[in-house]
Design a protein around this ligand. Structure first.
Ligand code: HXH
Length: 339
């Protein structure tokens, strides 16, 4: 794509300015390698990994904010909104948090004290930058009738760690919008459990303001009817909704082939149709949805090129490996007045 041609490409976020913000997950490499693309097309950013517990708080007395600060500075310099991701999670969380110096488990009280201190430090640091936090990520179990996923959080603190996290975050920044965030959010069984959790929190007066639908989808699932039903169910709680980590994988979740080295024409065409249908649906629910954030910017770097098959490329985003708009980009733009 030459610089001249770039002038004819509408800015993605401007095309959706009547509907919702358009975000991208970024990291210190992508803000350099794809900085122009990110600055042009997205008006909201999320740090892919750099604000997670293990990244900012590797030891009890050590906070490491360099990478997160770079992302916050990039957002500030380019007038982008910033979402915080994530305060409480069972992954990418430092082991020290759950242990005494001798390796024995900490008491409930100590774990909750540490949680408060972590949330206070991180949320206050980015108070001027971050308008919304994913406070609790992925605590619902995928299968079976049990509500909460087994975790050290649950073992040590009991289910109240969830409400506590929202309360601590609200105390640290009363203006921040606080989200519960999860994947498989459109699966009916998990959807109903997420709904139940958030409803219980609201009934207890816990400060939860939104549900984040991660939206790690594929060409094949979930169905549009399931996405619609999930949006309606979460919206019925009176909360704001965001798609927080959207990507559309070329592979079914149980497709573990490792010999596909470039997207086939069929994959690209199915993806175009899927993105068009998804954004058509999202536009219909724009009164409930405040932001749609992609989990990446362009296909040259996506976490899906390592998950679930290490080293297998995937092409889940709207811009190709050369940062050019894909057919899917134009189908998404087609939903808007800028087409
Ligand atoms: C997200 N998890 C995280 O929120 C984000 O922080 C990270 O950068 C990328 C993705 C999504 C996810 C959840 C579970 C998972 C893989 C990805 O693993 C399983 C998925 C299905 C069934 C079992 C495990």
């Amino acid at each position: 794509m030459s610089r001249m041609e770039d002038g004819n490409i509408p800015k993605l976020y401007e095309a959706f300015s009547d509907s919702f913000d358009i975000g991208a997950a970024v990291n210190p490499r992508t803000i350099i390698q794809a900085g122009d693309l990110i600055a042009k097309h997205f008006n909201s950013l999320t740090a892919e990994n750099e604000m997670k517990f293990v990244s900012v708080h590797p030891a009890e007395d050590t906070y490491t904010f360099e990478a997160a600060d770079k992302i916050a500075a990039f957002a500030r310099e380019n007038n982008k909104k910033l979402r915080g991701h994530t305060l409480v999670w069972h992954n990418q969380t430092s082991d020290w948090l759950f242990q005494e110096a001798d390796g024995s488990p900490v008491s409930r009280e100590k774990l909750l004290d540490r949680l408060k201190s972590h949330i206070d430090t991180v949320v206050k640091r980015y108070k001027e930058d971050i308008y919304a936090w994913d406070v609790v990520n992925e605590v619902i179990s995928d299968e079976g009738s049990g509500l909460l996923r087994p975790s050290k959080w649950l073992d040590i603190a009991g289910p109240e760690f969830i409400a506590k996290a929202f309360e601590f975050a609200h105390e640290a920044d009363p203006k921040a919008q606080l989200f519960y965030n999860d994947y498989n959010e459109s699966n009916p069984l998990k959807r109903d459990k997420i709904y139940q959790l958030v409803k219980n929190l609201l009934e207890q007066g816990v400060p939860v303001h939104g549900v984040g639908l991660q939206a790690h989808w594929s060409l094949y699932s979930p169905g549009l009817d399931e996405i619609r039903a999930a949006i309606e169910k979460y919206a019925s709680l009176g909360l704001r909704l965001q798609l927080t980590e959207l990507d559309i994988s070329m592979f079914r979740h149980d497709d573990l082939r490792s010999d596909v080295v470039s997207p086939t024409d069929e994959m690209l065409e199915l993806q175009e149709r899927r993105y068009e249908a998804v954004f058509h649906l999202l536009s219909e629910y724009r009164n409930h949805i405040d932001a749609v954030t992609f989990w990446g910017a362009a296909d040259d770097y996506t976490w899906l090129s390592d998950f679930p098959v290490r080293g297998r490329k995937n092409w889940p985003l709207l811009f190709n490996e050369s940062h050019e708009p894909k057919g899917s980009f134009w189908r998404v733009i087609k939903q808007t007045s800028l087409s």
